[in-house]
Ligand binder design. Sequence first.
Ligand code: NAD
Length: 415
Amino acid sequence: MKKQSKRVKTKSKRLGVWIVGIGGGVGTTVLVGTHFIKKGLVSTAGLITETEIFKPLNLVPLDNLVFGGYDIRTETVWENAIDIQRQTKTFSIEFLNQIKDDLDKIDNNIKFGTTINCGETIEKLATAKLEKNDMPLYEMVKIIQNDLISFKNKYKLDNVIFVNLASTEPFNEKFLNVPSANSLEELEKAIKEDKRDDLPASTIYAYSAIDCGFPYINFTPSIGSETKAMQELAIKRGVPHMGKDGKTGETMVKSNLAPMFIYRNLPILSWAGFNILGDRDGQVLSDPKNKATKIRSKDRILHNILGYSTYVHTAIEYVPSLSDWKTAWDHIHFKGFIDTKMVMQFIWQGCDAILAAPLILDLIRMADYSKSQGEKGLMKHLACIFKSPIGIEDHNFHNQYQMLMNYVKKHSFKD
Ligand code: NAD
């Protein structure tokens, strides 16, 4: 009886999704893909929450999602979708025409964000006038929170999930070490006193959402909700959050393969990975400061899985003609019986946004579920979806996947 009433509630629930970077490759693919699925034009391939094991959780149906968000460019959703169609050919133009009205409606829910402490490369992307940049931090937070609450009220939403899909911010150790990173009291003081050199945009966004009680997901390698202060805030406000950096391509393969070498006692002598990609994400990552954030996120996992130090090289190069089609070539040099050296190589070719978008939908549904269960703080069971899962030291994909399965099973037999 109890189970049935819960299902009815989920089915009628209206869930808001507020995406920072909504006009980007991944953001646009989330919008287009969701509407293609809603219209029955494509399957739900790629979505883990559509597999049988998740059924007992009665996650919010994709039909009930309402989208809005921030960007720093002025293109409409339709213009972005057509641009992706031309560049990657992943969307059928015939299908796009069938969802044009739905995409046009989302434009009403898009506002301009902030590029505070995002560095020159990201600032140069902006074609919109970013009024938030000129506001003191406390004013900026208030406006962002007003945007979120107005969105919730306008569509009578039961909940809003805040997702960071913006360009990768440049790596700056300082943001992890300033007093405002280490305690909530200091963070709130920094906002009140407008210490604008101490917080990147990703953290301002995360603060605004979590402080309002909205679950937060960071799919980018930027700092977002990673700091101790932000984790304290999430617990205090009773909000689930998780990040960072989606694990969608080369790193996913790496974290699946590396355990195999451990299981069979085949010591790895070196692991060299070369990634080439085009599009805006590739362009931003061609700036060494922004690239450092990504490489830091990619490199950690091997040493952790192997439990010993080995030679690791990761390269990311911008090749504009590839657009969103990314290629990774990995060369794994390992040792076997009688110290014989052998090689494994793999080539991974995927369309980045197509790999990422279904995971965003999975994360949104799972974040909403966590909130409905009264959970707060890090959603560690989602570690297998992130390259640098906050609060998780074990990077073995198989163990991380098991954590997710354990969570789903535990909740399936709850009522
Ligand atoms: P993209 O460059 O196509 O899109 C980023 C969007 O964010 C752009 O529309 C840009 O205008 C907007 N933006 C930049 N700074 C902003 C800010 N401060 N506020 C609001 N909007 C801002 O990139 P993408 O390919 O869509 O990837 C999005 C993010 O996801 C990147 O950080 C990327 O590293 C990360 N990521 C992607 C994948 C994947 O695509 N498979 C995997 C892991 C992580």
